[in-house]
Design a protein around this ligand. Structure first.
Ligand code: PLP
Length: 435
């Protein structure tokens, strides 16, 4: 078979785009070469419907081993009692949880998409808003922060079957305890979707949702720095509250319902190559190096927020507790669309984002979201954050001046040339990166 040079040439261009640019999309990161090596391995050839030791196919002895490693390492990382590592993505993890815990038409209460929530938490264009009855809470207009007393009152009024917390663009921590308290009062379950700050949660830099929330989902590719995928966890297993029984007449455990929610509920065969890569990434995340990394992510975000504040940018809620921030550009007479389209010309990647109480459409938006997970993997530290903000400000202050933008791009490319995608990686066995 001839090598498909057409595709590999495009992949090489993508590598150069990543290498020479400044990546500030808060949901992105650079995985280690060994994570990519596991992903691009023979594990992709194997069908393995079912769970380790209970498969519908033969020849699963080795994928069983990597899947068990992934489960055990993930449980250790978060102090979870139970985990399923098969969801293909964060959206799939949430779909599986909802299938396991809700009936069509049941009420759910989630964080408003336009305030920073996620599509899978009840948006009308997503399965979660089409199959269930969505209700939403948001942030306060004056502070940009969630008022937990109001959320608790709303939960008492709405009486949802599932309360969902977690977000794509909220820079403050969550009051899991208050949500669990009201959930117990009204007979609801609490799902924490920690897709964004998972790495900070795992290392104790943010509050622990597993202590209070019945179920926790996360993606594995954002701050966790693993392959693209999702997982479901529980701090402790419990009997399902719906009276669902096994053929022998025992109440089924919630873990059994969640496993079924993944397969056969919402997925077919698991991606065992990705699960092997998840196992590698979870092991990395258990290391001291990762702890140093994730602390640096937080420090960088604080330094970046301070630099934006100094330049007169309006950060929603005034700052950040995690790896990201949402910036309202209206005070600069800019839209998110202009910011995204102009910064990309200087090889600085951000994403436009709705801000709470936005008066513009999702295609235009008044804000931009930035995060520090990816640039920290490249080895940038606090002192580099002001330089990045200077470049951003230079571009946005001169967004119609192509010459000016080109100069910034040259400076960005020269700067980033000296940083590998994955700072500090020394193993030579990995061949996947064309360094
Ligand atoms: N949940 C949250 C909070 C997210 O931010 C995202 C992705 O951005 C997802 C779920 C969905 O993850 P995926 O894109 O892997 O389906």
């Amino acid at each position: 078979m001839k090598r498909d040079q057409e595709v590999f040439d495009i992949i090489h261009k993508e590598y150069k785009r990543q290498k020479f640019g400044i990546e500030l999309i808060a949901s992105e990161n650079f995985t280690s070469p060994q994570v990519m090596e596991a992903m691009g391995s023979v594990m992709t050839n194997k069908y393995a419907e079912g769970l380790p030791g209970k498969r519908y196919y033969g020849g699963c002895e080795f994928v069983d081993q990597t899947e068990v490693l992934a489960i055990e390492r993930l449980k250790k990382l978060f102090g979870a009692a139970w985990a399923n590592v098969q969801p293909h993505s964060g959206a799939q993890a949430n779909a599986a949880v909802m299938l396991a815990t809700l009936k069509a038409g049941d009420k759910i209460l989630g964080f408003d998409l336009s305030h920073g929530g996620h599509l899978t938490h009840g948006s009308s264009v997503n399965f979660s808003g089409k199959l269930y009855e969505p209700h939403f809470y948001g942030v306060e207009e004056d502070t940009g922060v969630i008022d937990w007393d109001k959320v608790v009152d709303q939960a008492r009024k709405v009486k949802p079957k599932l309360i969902i917390c977690g977000a794509s663009a909220y820079s403050r921590d969550w009051n899991y305890e208050a949500l669990r308290k009201v959930a117990d009062e009204i007979g609801a379950l609490v799902l924490a979707d920690i897709s964004h700050p998972a790495g900070l949660v795992a290392k104790g830099l943010l509050k622990d949702p597993l202590k209070y929330c019945h179920i926790v989902t996360t993606t594995t590719h954002k701050t966790l720095r693993g392959p693209r995928g999702g997982v479901i966890m529980m701090g402790e297993d419990f009997e399902n509250p719906y009276g669902l029984k096994t053929p022998k007449g025992n109440l089924r455990s919630m873990s059994s319902l969640l496993d079924s929610g993944v397969f056969p509920g919402t997925q077919g065969g698991p991606l065992e190559h990705v699960i092997a890569a998840k196992a590698v990434a979870f092991n990395e995340a258990l290391s001291d190096e990762y702890f140093m990394y994730i602390k640096q992510v937080k420090k960088n975000a604080e330094a970046m927020a301070a630099a934006f504040n100094t330049k007169g940018y309006n950060i929603i809620s005034g700052g950040t507790d995690n790896h990201l921030m949402l910036i309202d550009l209206r005070s600069k007479n800019l839209t998110g669309k202009i910011a995204e389209n102009t910064l990309i010309k200087a090889d600085i990647t951000i994403n436009k984002n709705m801000v709470p109480f936005d008066d513009k459409s999702p295609f235009v938006t008044s804000g931009m979201r930035v995060g520090t997970a990816a640039i920290t993997t490249r080895g940038l530290v606090e002192t580099d954050m002001a330089r990045i903000v200077d470049y951003i400000d230079e571009v946005l202050s001169n967004y119609e001046d192509e010459h000016h933008i080109n100069n910034v791009r040259t400076a960005v490319n020269e700067w980033m040339d000296s940083y590998p995608l994955f700072h500090g990686y020394v193993e030579e066995s990995a061949t996947v990166l064309p360094q």
